[in-house]
Design a protein around this ligand. Structure first.
Ligand code: CU
Length: 492
């Protein structure tokens, strides 16, 4: 059953939007990323999106998808089980926790300055439900409070809407049980903390089983590999309080992993498994028809006067076209994009070496897409590199959920690593946080036509070109063809 959302742009900043994690079967027209599936909605104009839900169940979300305006334009989409389906767990009440960032100045100005100065825009605070919390100045009165009853169980729907940082999240003295991620259920994981990358969602169960007369902080802090002088490593906080009105002590603080604790990050991520039970079967492609090996890399381009930061997939730094790729594909307009995105990088080297040769730093610029036949079984191995700086990269694919069949630290070994793939209960995701100096392998069936964005969800990397587009051709059956365009699409 389609539902509708209207997007109106009232201020001076254009705003296309996407349903992050909503697969939009055959309907890229309402997917949203600027210059990929539509032109931006101009100030004062309106565009109606049609949201087609399919197999999503759990927490997904929506956000603007042009420049950095998703910093403030985002929200949750909660998909309940459709009867007769029901949850694989029980809970009393649910809470939404949106992790984000706060900027004291206009985001558009900050981005324009950052592009000029070639630096990273850094926010003034991280936030939980829009509030920085008690550890930042001037915000104590607004700190988000989550009120629970002793002995009850709660479902927390956590979304990382922050722009450029994966976040550790924890609640003092309470264990968390992860039961879902990216709109799919997972085998329950009991943990003291989670790691959540930008773009990801995590559904957590919380037992309200601690002393109800105390207060407890929940806190989120960035996973940071860079020079921390440039980064905000303060924790954003909210307060867990029981329905008891005799709190005397200040809230206790949870133990969060250290800000650069790679082992804690991968230790959590490696535990995710699909629920894969009788009511929630999985369907992992076991034979692969198309294999891609994609290096995910930061780059820099030097000329006589300055060095420009860049980023790439298979050494191609994506250039945004002047009209959207979907329109060019549908109307067969030549010269907008090339269809030769390569299945492997131009050069194999020690991708995760401590000191890779500087001669490899510069990427090629281009607007290259990868085209698949309808029904292709695709495997993509994302390989992180240590060029410029090794970081984690939350790679997000529009239009699909994919199975994360393997991951590891170091260089992917095409002979040995596939032998360790999990084809039994791999997690079904739409964003995979490729580990720092590591790799991750995903599989999906290309059964959703037509134009879908693939990008790193760290916004600075997206801006620098760490993106490409997958096009899935129409199939023969009428149900395997893209829907017709709506009567109105915003003009470029
Ligand atoms: Cu990235």
């Amino acid at each position: 059953m389609p539902s509708y959302s209207q997007a109106a742009s009232e201020n001076s900043w254009r705003k296309p939007e996407i349903r992050h994690g909503v697969k939009q079967p055959r309907n890229p027209w309402s997917d949203g990323p600027a210059y990929i599936t539509q032109c931006p909605i101009q100030p004062g104009k309106m565009f109606k999106y049609t949201i087609l839900l399919s197999s999503e169940e759990g927490t997904v979300w929506w956000h603007a998808h042009d420049d950095w305006n998703r910093a403030t334009v985002h929200g949750a989409i909660v998909v309940y089980p459709k009867p007769p389906n029901c949850y694989p767990f029980k809970y009393h009440q649910e809470f939404l926790l949106i992790l984000g960032e706060w900027w004291k100045r206009d985001m558009k100005e900050i981005l324009e300055e950052a592009i000029q100065a070639q630096n990273d825009p850094v926010s003034d605070a991280f936030t939980i439900n829009g509030q920085p919390g008690d550890l930042y100045p001037c915000s104590k009165s607004g700190t988000f409070r989550m009120v629970v009853e002793q002995g009850k169980r709660y479902l927390l729907r956590v979304i990382n809407a922050a722009m450029s940082n994966s976040l550790f999240f924890s609640i003092s003295k309470h264990q968390l049980m992860v039961v879902g991620s990216d709109g799919s259920y997972v085998k329950p994981i009991t943990t003291d903390y989670i790691l959540i990358a930008p773009g990801e969602t995590m559904d957590l169960l919380l037992e309200a089983n601690q002393n109800p007369t105390n207060l407890y902080y929940m806190a989120a802090r960035a996973l940071v590999y860079q020079n921390i002088a440039n980064f905000d490593i303060n924790a954003t906080t909210a307060i867990l309080t029981y329905t008891s009105n005799c709190h005397k002590k200040p809230p206790s603080f949870p133990s969060l992993p250290f800000y650069n604790d790679t082992a804690a990050a991968t230790n959590f991520t490696s535990k995710l498994r699909s629920l894969a039970d009788g009511h929630h079967p999985i369907n992992v492609p076991t034979t692969v028809s198309h294999r891609l090996f994609i290096t995910v890399s930061l780059n820099s381009i030097r000329n006589e006067t300055k060095t420009t930061l860049s980023a790439s997939l298979n050494n191609i730094s994506f250039e945004i076209p002047s009209i959207d790729i979907l329109q060019a594909y549908y109307k067969r307009i030549n010269g907008v994009f090339g269809n030769k995105f390569p299945c492997k990088p131009p050069l194999y080297f020690n991708f995760t070496a401590d000191d890779p040769p500087t001669s490899l730093l510069a990427p090629r610029k281009g607007t290259d897409v990868k085209v698949f036949e309808y029904g292709a079984c695709v495997e993509v191995v994302f390989q992180g590199t240590s060029l410029v700086l090794a970081e984690d990269h939350p790679m997000h694919l529009h239009g699909f959920s994919f199975y994360v069949v393997g991951w590891g630290i170091g260089n992917f070994d095409a002979r040995k690593d596939p032998l360790t793939y999990n084809l039994v209960d791999p997690p079904l995701k739409n964003t995979i946080d490729v580990p720092r100096d590591g790799w991750a392998a995903i599989r999906f069936k290309a059964n959703n036509p037509d134009v879908w964005y693939l990008h790193c969800h760290l916004e600075r990397h997206l801006t620098w070109g760490m993106t490409t587009v997958f096009i899935v051709k129409d199939g023969a059956h009428p149900q395997a063809k893209m829907l017709p365009p709506p009567r109105y699409m915003p003009p470029c």
